[in-house]
Design a protein around this ligand. Structure first.
Ligand code: THU
Length: 160
């Protein structure tokens, strides 16, 4: 029997279509991207996170000469927030990525599989969906209203 899974997403042609808080998150993610430590890949990713108390925190990718020891921008931010604000719900996450020398052709950069798994952990933990936006430096933006839209057939704590 064939079954389908449906996911939905929103597409913004450019950042002028964003509301004020979304624009702020986009700017904060771009600043974080500039500070990424990515000398090996020269692929810079920044991420900003809005908490329920209105505070915004950010992270970026942190690479290492022993390549697997590095960490993506999303998990750098998530784990720091999890460690320091364990009771704060995450409302929105904005990711901006692309090569150091980006061109107008670079598409929006979605989170990698390992980051999706970490993201869903926090969404499950807080029992409230997270809005996630991903973009390139070329101003195109994709939004999902839940991490579940990025990770069908999710493995999470409910199976344990
Ligand atoms: N990277 C991220 O920071 N987030 C992602 O979701 C995809 C990949 C980083 C990891 C590595 O430092 C560089 O981008 C190239 O893969």
């Amino acid at each position: 029997m064939k079954k389908d899974i449906q996911i939905s997403y929103e597409y913004f042609k450019n950042s002028s279509e964003l509301n004020d808080i979304e624009k702020k998150l986009f700017e904060r993610a771009k600043v974080a991207r500039e500070n990424a430590y990515a000398p090996y890949s020269e692929f810079l990713v920044g991420c900003s996170v809005l908490l329920e108390n209105g505070e915004i925190y950010s992270g970026n990718n942190q690479e290492n000469a022993a390549f697997p020891s590095g960490l993506c921008a999303e998990r750098t931010a998530l784990f720091w927030i999890g460690a320091n604000f364990p009771d704060q719900k995450i409302k929105k996450i904005f990711i901006v990525g692309g090569p150091k020398e980006f061109s107008e052709k670079n598409p929006p950069i979605p989170p990698c599989g390992a980051c999706r798994q970490s993201l869903i952990e926090y969404e499950t933990k807080q029992n409230e969906d997270i809005d996630l936006y991903f973009s390139s430096m070329n101003d195109e933006i994709v939004k999902v209203n839940s991490i579940k839209d990025l990770l069908p057939f999710t493995f999470d704590a409910t199976f344990l």
